[in-house]
Design a protein around this ligand. Structure first.
Ligand SMILES: [Zn+2]
Length: 248
């Protein structure tokens, strides 16, 4: 049984990426999303160092959207060489950059993904309706990955209609994750992937520890519970979906 960890910030982890990959013996490969110009460059370097295990991305996280004018040129320059655009999106929970600035940065990264025909990795926190509106108006649904999906039934249905793919993370396995599991039940297995969001959001039984790609199986097990499906089938189908989505 092997997994694909579709969101794993190996380059933001103080630990050795090689060691984290070595002990993730059941993880075939990972995606290491950039969150700004520097970490996007580092993502590309990891993909060159571990060509069989790591895919790179280039993007600017909504937290830092205020710096889009300065970072844009570098991200656009890296974009043709990476496997996906992002992580971008909207975060109205922490709102570390003003909302209108987040929207501009997000829209322009969505446009970049469309122009290059690459998947777009989207962070969405307390911003379901705005993310929906922007993805819909750009016609970007089929190439959108909603990372760390936390929507309940209502938003899961609405985003399903746009053609997106959902990536589930630790919260689907949390004791408090019942709403997310109800949303997950509605997602057809061919529209779902799994991730750790390393080094954040470790799933039980590791909650509170620094997350790592080896623990993606705990996320997959929670999804298996929501779907009433054997874990090995969840591993196979989510891995096949990741290969299709990232063209690998
Ligand atoms: Zn992330």
């Amino acid at each position: 049984m092997t997994w694909v960890d579709t969101h794993c910030h190996l380059q933001l982890d103080g630990r050795s990426p090689g060691e984290l990959l070595d002990r993730a013996t059941e993880v075939d490969w990972v995606v290491a999303p950039g969150i700004d110009a520097g970490s996007s460059r580092a993502s590309l370097a990891l993909a060159e160092e571990f060509p069989d295990r790591v895919l790179s991305t280039a993007g600017l996280h909504p937290h830092d959207a205020s710096s889009w004018p300065e970072q844009r040129a570098i991200i656009e320059e890296l974009a043709p060489s990476v496997s996906a655009i992002g992580e971008t999106g909207l975060d109205f929970y922490r709102e570390l950059s003003p909302r209108d600035v987040q929207e501009t940065s997000f829209r322009e990264q969505v446009r970049l993904g469309i122009d290059l025909g690459k998947p777009i990795i989207v962070h969405c926190r307390d911003a379901f309706s705005d993310v929906h509106r922007i993805i819909e108006s750009a016609g970007a649904g089929p190439q959108t990955i909603l990372h760390c999906w936390t929507g309940g039934t209502r938003w899961t249905r609405r985003f399903l209609d746009l053609g997106v793919v959902f990536s589930f993370a630790g919260p689907v396995a949390f004791e408090t994750g019942q709403t997310i599991r109800l949303g997950a039940e509605l997602v057809p297995p061919d529209r779902a992937m799994v991730e750790t969001d390393t080094p954040y959001l470790a799933p039980p039984p590791h909650r509170g520890e620094q997350n790592e790609p080896a623990w993606v199986a705990h996320v997959g097990a929670a999804l298996a519970g929501a779907w009433g499906m054997p874990v090995d089938e969840v591993a196979a189908i989510t891995s096949a979906n990741a290969s299709r989505v990232f063209g690998r």
